[in-house]
Ligand binder design. Structure first.
Ligand code: NAD
Ligand code: UD1
Length: 339
C-alpha cells in the first residue's frame, strides 16, 4: 500500500513517515520545504535503511500533482502540508487561505482525477474555538477560531465533510491534534522552529540550551490548578501512531470521521516547566507576565473515541515528552542546520 504524505519533511510528517515505513507501508513525500529541511527525511532514511521517494513541490501546483499521481500508484493521502503560525496568519490571511485552503482543494481535485479515495487530514484542537467546554468532544460545535490559521482548519473540515457526503466511495478522517511536542527517542528527528519559537515547549528548550534568556509565562491568573494555562500535550510519536491506526481503520469505515488525538489530560505551563527541569536536570528561568491575546485558560481532549474506534491511546507522559525534547535539542542545538 503506497501512501502520499504531503508535508512529510515537517515535524509531525517526518515522525509519521518513519512509523509508516516501520509498519510496512510504502511512502512518497511531497513537500515544498517552505518550513522544513530535507535533512529530516535523510535522517528517517538512516533509521529505516531505506530510500524515501521525495517530490519537492507545492500542493498548489497542478502540474506537480498530476505528474505525481500518474507516476505513483497512490492508495491513500495523509495531508500535513500547510502553514501553521497563528501570528503570521493574522498578518497575512490571504497567504494562509491560498496555501492551506486552495492548496488542499488542488490536492483533493488531483486525487479525484486519479481516483484516490482515502484521505487523512491534519486538523487541530483550535477548531473548538474559545468557548468550548473541556474536555472537548468531537461532536461539539466548531468555529469561531481565534485566527485565520484556525479558520482554515474549520473551513477544510467543512469541505471534507461535504465531499464525503457527495462521493460515497470517499473515506475521510480528520484528526484533531491537541498540543504536539517531544521528539523521536533517537534524538535524530524533532521540532525545528524558524526563528524565535511561539510555542511553549520549543521556547523552554531553547532557554535550557542557552539560546534564549528566559521564558515569559503568559498569564498567572487563569482559573486553573496554578493560574497558568492548561493544555493537552501529546508526544509526536503517539500522534504518528494515530495516523497508522487511522489508515488501518479505512477498511471498516465509510464517509467522514473525526477523532481527537490527545492524552485526555491537561497539564499547566508551570507543570511543563517542572517536568522539563526534572527530565533535563536544567533550571528554566521564567517570569509570569500578562496573558497572551487569543489564549484560552484550558484545553484538553476527550480521547475516548480514538481509543474505542481506532484502538489508539497515547502511551507517553509529560516527562517522556520533555526527556525526548531535551535529547533532540542537545544533539541538535541548531536544529537541522549544520552545527
Ligand atoms: P511543519 O511546518 O513542521 O510541517 C508542515 C510541512 O508542510 C512543512 O514541511 C512545509 O514545508 C510543508 N508545506 C507547507 N506548505 C506547503 C505547500 N503549499 N506545499 C507543499 N508543502 C508545504 O508543521 P507540523 O507541526 O508538522 O504540522 C503538520 C500539520 O499539522 C499542519 O497542517 C498543521 O497545521 C497541523 N497541526 C500542527 C499542530 C502543531 O502544534 N504542530 C497542531 C495542530 C495541527
Ligand atoms: C497554539 C495556537 C494554536 C495552534 C498551536 C499549535 C495560539 C493562541 N494558539 O496553541 O492555534 O494550533 O499553538 O501550533 O497561539 N505559553 C507561555 N509562554 C510562551 C509560549 C506559550 O506561557 O512563550 C503558554 C500559552 O499561554 C499557553 C501554553 O503555554 O497557555 C501553550 O501555548 P502554545 O504552545 O503556544 O500552544 P497553544 O496556545 O495551545
Amino acid at each position: 500500500m503506497t501512501i502520499l504524505v504531503t508535508g512529510g519533511a515537517g515535524y509531525i510528517g517526518s515522525h509519521t513517515v518513519l512509523q509508516l515505513i516501520e509498519g510496512g507501508f510504502d511512502v512518497v513525500v511531497l513537500d515544498n520545504l517552505s518550513n522544513s529541511s530535507q535533512e529530516s527525511l535523510r535522517r528517517v532514511e538512516s533509521l529505516v535503511s531505506k530510500a524515501i521517494p521525495f517530490v519537492e513541490g507545492d500542493i498548489n501546483d497542478k502540474a506537480v500533482l498530476s505528474s505525481l499521481f500518474s507516476r505513483y500508484d497512490i492508495d491513500a493521502v495523509i495531508h500535513f502540508a500547510g502553514l501553521k503560525s497563528v501570528g503570521e496568519s493574522v498578518k497575512n490571511p490571504i497567504d494562509y487561505y491560498i496555501n492551506n485552503v486552495s492548496g488542499s482543494l488542488q490536492l483533493l481535485d488531483a486525487m479525484r482525477k486519479a481516483n484516490v479515495k482515502k484521505f487523512i487530514f491534519s486538523s487541530s484542537a483550535t477548531v473548538y474555538g474559545n468557548h468550548s467546554p473541556v474536555p472537548n468532544l468531537e461532536h461539539y460545535p466548531i468555529g469561531n477560531a481565534s485566527c485565520p490559521y484556525g479558520t482554515t482548519k474549520v473551513m477544510l473540515e467543512q469541505i471534507l465533510s461535504d465531499y464525503a457526503k457527495a462521493d460515497s466511495e470517499m473515506k475521510i478522517i480528520a484528526l484533531r491534534y491537541f498540543n504536539p511536542t517531544g521528539a523521536h527517542p533517537s534524538g535524530l528527528i524533532g521540532e525545528d522552529p524558524n526563528g524565535i519559537p511561539n510555542n511553549l515547549v520549543p521556547y523552554i528548550s531553547q532557554v535550557a540550551i542557552g539560546k534564549l534568556a528566559k521564558l515569559a509565562v503568559y498569564g498567572g491568573d487563569y482559573d486553573t490548578v496554578d493560574g497558568t494555562g492548561v493544555r493537552d500535550f501529546i508526544h509526536v510519536d503517539d500522534l504518528a501512531a494515530g495516523h497508522v491506526c487511522a489508515l488501518k481503520y479505512f477498511d471498516s469505515m465509510s464517509g467522514y470521521e473525526i477523532f481527537n488525538l490527545g492524552t485526555g489530560h491537561g497539564v499547566s505551563v508551570l507543570q511543563v516547566i517542572d517536568a522539563f527541569e526534572k527530565a533535563s536536570n536544567q533550571k528554566i528561568k521564567y517570569e509570569i507576565v500578562a496573558r497572551r491575546e487569543g489564549d484560552i485558560a484550558s484545553s484538553w481532549a476527550d480521547a475516548t473515541k480514538a481509543e474505542k474506534v481506532l484502538g489508539w491511546k497515547a502511551k507517553y507522559d509529560i516527562i517522556d515528552m520533555m526527556k525526548h525534547t531535551w535529547n533532540w535539542q542537545k544533539q541538535n542545538p541548531n536544529g537541522y542546520e549544520s552545527q
